[in-house]
Design a protein around this ligand. Structure first.
Ligand code: FAD
Length: 456
């Protein structure tokens, strides 16, 4: 089928139809590689841009929502010149009437709107872990809603046979904008997303249901690709592959963020941080599709990393500390070697095909909508959530750029130089790390669940 986006590697075909059972490739190991830069390799993000879509009044005042910045006297000069870990502070009073804002350079190939830095502030991602912050309610729900609404592409239906582009959702949106007085606040949390599998009967799933959920977690070689085939096969609800891919990417990111929240949960009664199994079950576990989407994003990121593996293997991070440089080199080399042994799991060529001359237009739409998602991040009312939201949308956007703006030949060896900014490289690796961590957390939650069963 056209909608199978798996690429079969000839040496890995086997009678069962599973691929990935090659002698050396082990997705489990790749998944567990911790692309963790331990310290000192951080991101350039502008945390204080104005929300371009609505007036954001939902600022989270919890201590856990705020970002800890670094003492600039401890920042090596090299970092400053390379703009590592730089974020921007809100404009000072006297700057409000200053020069016109600098317009970011955005290229056709970019799936993200780049940040422009103003005042330099450095953030150590390690000091600001992505975890429970207490940010929730209408502000968070509005952001997620806006992000999902971006999957309503405006391509006309005649141009894209088989794709229906949210006509009814768009109509509803138009009506709610034209007649805000009819807006029902009780429906604040209604998110416009494609239908999900029917919810389970009770909020507490049965033992059988949970076993079935954990049994869907891919184990070992081949199973990941089998799962990918299931994800990308024709769907009765939504026949447009690009739209399904968009939805899966976002839902996977959402589920991965939820897992980090549940994995590092703050128990307000005991004052203790730790994993919260019930949180995992209700937000992700009970929705097998969400669980699968995490693996979908992971495979997309893996494909992007593999596409620039030669470039990454020789990339100099120049952190200003030789031993840190060495550590990073070791981790990245290990990752690159593992990725190179694995057959590709995602064939991006199956998207945006130009059968009726619509491929380019569809790709531009997809890109523009993803760019909007990166702009929506400026509306997240919690600093720390915004920081990680920005890093991860930049990481996913970088993966999409590598997948859809360049072919393999264009990225081989030194040709990849100049394609990515340092921020994009760092975001790609950190995002890959976040998803690897989610996969490890899913396994830990599986173990916790078994332990709970034994105690019952
Ligand atoms: P939400 O997660 O807000 O979800 C809203 C609705 O979306 C759900 O009711 C469901 O219908 C649907 N939904 C949920 N998950 C999925 C999925 N995977 N796929 C499809 N549909 C889905 N909070 C923190 O504590 N720490 C953070 O670091 C953090 N980072 C955030 C980053 C961003 C960009 C945003 C927008 C929010 C962040 N939040 C963070 C808030 C967090 O994501 C939740 O919004 C909040 O915890 C409230 O959760 P909820 O259970 O009400 O549902």
């Amino acid at each position: 089928s056209n909608h199978n986006i798996l690429e079969k590697s000839p040496q890995c075909k086997n009678p069962s139809g599973l691929i990935g059972d090659s002698a050396h490739c082990d997705y489990e190991t790749v998944g567990k590689i911790n692309v963790d830069f331990s310290t000192k390799l951080h991101e350039v993000v502008n945390l204080y841009k104005e929300c371009p879509f609505w007036s954001e009044a939902g600022l989270c005042m919890n201590r856990d929502c705020s970002v800890e910045t670094m003492d600039t006297s401890k920042i090596p000069e090299q970092w400053k010149s390379h703009a590592l870990g730089k974020v921007s502070m809100p404009p000072k009073q006297n700057q409000l009437f200053g020069a016109l804002p600098v317009r970011p350079m955005i290229k056709d190939q970019d799936f993200c709107v780049p940040d422009v830095e103003t005042d330099e502030v450095y953030v150590d991602l390690k000091d600001n872990p992505e975890r429970f912050t207490g940010y929730s309610g209408p502000s968070a729900a509005t952001v997620w809603k806006a992000i999902y609404e971006e999957n309503c592409f405006d391509v006309s239906e005649e141009m894209t046979a088989g794709c229906h582009y949210c006509e009814s959702e768009r109509q509803k949106l138009k009506e709610s904008r034209e007649h805000p007085e009819l807006h029902d606040p009780a429906k604040e949390n209604n998110i416009l997303v494609p239908p999900e599998p029917a919810p389970m009967e009770s909020s507490k799933p049965s033992k059988e249901q949970m076993n079935e959920i954990f049994s869907r977690v891919p184990k070992g070689k081949g199973e990941l690709q089998q799962l990918m085939q299931g994800i990308t096969k024709d769907s009765p609800e939504e026949s447009c592959l690009e739209k399904r891919v968009y939805y899966r990417l976002i839902s996977g990111l959402h589920a991965s963020i939820s897992i980090h929240i549940c994995d590092e949960w703050f128990n307000q009664t005991t004052g203790v941080w730790g994993p919260n199994l019930d949180c995992f079950i209700s937000r992700v576990g009970m929705h097998p599709e969400r669980l699968e989407n995490i693996y979908f994003d992971y495979v997309v990121l893996l494909r992007a990393v593999s596409k620039i593996s030669d470039f990454l293997a020789g990339y100099e991070f120049c952190t200003g500390d030789e031993s840190v440089d060495k550590n990073i080199m070791t981790v990245v080399t290990e990752l690159v070697q593992l990725v190179k042994k694995c057959p590709p799991t995602f064939d991006e060529k199956l998207l945006f095909q130009d059968k009726h001359g619509e491929g380019k237009q569809l790709k531009n739409q997809f890109r523009d909508h993803f760019r909007n998602v990166t702009r929506i991040m400026d509306c997240v009312g919690c600093e720390k959530c915004r920081l990680w939201g920005k890093v991860q949308t930049l990481g996913l956007g970088t993966a999409l750029k590598l997948l859809f703006s360049y072919d393999d030949a264009a990225l081989q060896g030194h040709k990849a130089e100049g394609v990515l900014t340092r921020s994009e490289v760092v975001a790609l690796l950190n995002t890959f790390n976040r998803f690897s961590e989610s996969i490890s957390a899913i396994e830990r939650f599986g173990v916790m669940y078994q332990e709970r069963l034994e105690q019952e």
